[in-house]
Ligand binder design. Structure first.
Ligand code: MG
Length: 394
């Protein structure tokens, strides 16, 4: 009744397979057809793309979050032996699927939290590409992962870099974590012109090809702020021992300095396939012909402090980390809401940090002991941003 499992084959569940990281995860799986098998694929609403992926990879199950489109997906996969699940509960069920070894959490935003919890409770290895999971609920997720023996391997390039620098090191040896940032498209732009920044300008990232939400987060540098929170939880390092440096070349993906005065860094061409593959193969490294840096052509690696006046979102993230409790969940939800409003042309670029800051100031912390408390904070933050934005327009 059950197929016997080949221990050399890793079964991979790709949650959010139709997005940018999900698609690149499938590119890695295509490189090693004898070593990986896809167990789950999922999408928010991209029926056609998911159906094409399902035909190619023949997973045990697929999930579509948008319940209105489940019938259309079922129809497209009717002749194949693939279970079709839907909605939030479907994604949670799929995340815990028995045959899966590694769950890649590439779902965007706060919706990634519940399936990640389900996968952790099932003891899966997590290739964490959904940074919101730790930003919102790091205080609950990290002890839960320890309890269920679930390894969390970061996919985010900076955290993968730090993780790689820390292989073989003791926690007590860490002095500082240094996250690098490209600085986004507005690194050199004059602050006086920030109020005129358009959506099209903000969506044009100089080095990384990513989805729209994270691209706006890079333009405001909130992305780096969320990464500071993520690094705090992943590596158990306090806010005052985490630095951010703008490094326009995006070759040094992050650094760790140690108590003996030594510093390690991880370097490479900016290509997400490398950290994705590392998370899937860890602790091994498998040969692949991803682009290499030709070191003799590298003559300039710059590092400088980010300008806090241009990028107030970074400071807000440090404030949220220091406040702890539900404040990081409020920061994250207010940011998601503000970015969505900006992408709908409802607010300006400078309204993003101001709406987040006002929301953080307005909302009392009503508790953070459970995931439900954090979702409650998330909902309150979203509606507060909406109220503030409405009041601004009228
Ligand atoms: Mg990153």
């Amino acid at each position: 009744m059950f197929e016997s499992r080949n221990p050399d084959v890793r079964n991979v569940a790709v949650l959010g397979s139709t997005g940018s990281i999900g698609g690149q995860t499938l590119d890695i799986i295509r490189l090693f057809p004898d070593r990986f098998k896809v167990s789950v694929l999922s999408t928010g609403s991209a029926v056609d793309r998911l159906a094409d992926q399902a035909r190619e990879f023949l997973p045990e199950c697929v999930v579509i979050a948008d319940k209105a489109r489940v019938a259309s997906l079922q129809e497209r996969l009717a002749e194949l032996p693939i279970d079709v699940l839907d909605g939030e509960s479907g994604l949670e069920e799929a995340a815990a699927l028995e045959s899966t070894d590694v769950v890649v959490t590439a779902v965007v935003g706060a919706t990634g939290l519940r399936p990640t919890v389900a996968a952790i409770k099932a003891g899966k290895r997590i290739a964490l590409a959904n940074k919101e999971t730790l930003v919102i609920a790091g205080s609950l997720i990290c002890p839960l992962a320890a309890k269920h023996d679930s390894e969390i391997i970061p996919v985010d390039s900076e955290h993968s870099a730090i993780f790689q620098c820390l292989v073989g090191e003791e926690k007590e040896s860490i002095e500082r974590l240094i996250l690098t940032a490209s600085g986004g498209p507005f690194r050199e732009r004059a602050l006086e012109t920030f109020s005129q920044i358009t959506k099209e300008e903000a969506l044009r990232h100089p080095t990384w090809q990513m989805g729209p939400k994270i691209t706006i987060d890079s333009a405001t540098m909130m992305n780096k702020g969320l990464e500071v929170l993520e690094a705090h939880w992943l590596f158990d390092v306090d806010a005052d021992a985490i630095d951010v440096l703008v490094h326009p070349q995006s070759i040094v993906h992050s650094l760790v300095s140690f108590v003996d005065g030594s510093t390690k860094a991880q370097l490479g061409v900016p290509d997400m396939k490398v950290p994705i593959q590392y998370a899937l193969c860890y602790p091994e490294r498998w040969p692949a012909d991803h682009p290499r840096i030709s070191w003799h052509d590298v003559d300039d690696l710059q590092f400088r402090k980010p300008d806090p006046a241009k990028f107030p979102c970074l400071g807000l993230a440090f404030d949220a980390l220091n406040a702890k409790g539900a404040t990081p969940a409020v920061l994250n939800a207010a940011n998601e809401m503000a970015v969505a409003l900006f992408l709908q042309d409802k607010i300006g670029f400078l309204d993003i940090p101001s709406l987040i800051e006002r929301t953080m100031n307005d909302l009392e912390d009503e508790g953070s002991a459970t995931i439900e408390d954090l979702f409650h904070a998330d909902r309150r933050a979203r509606s507060r941003v909406q109220e503030l934005a409405n009041a601004q327009v009228h």
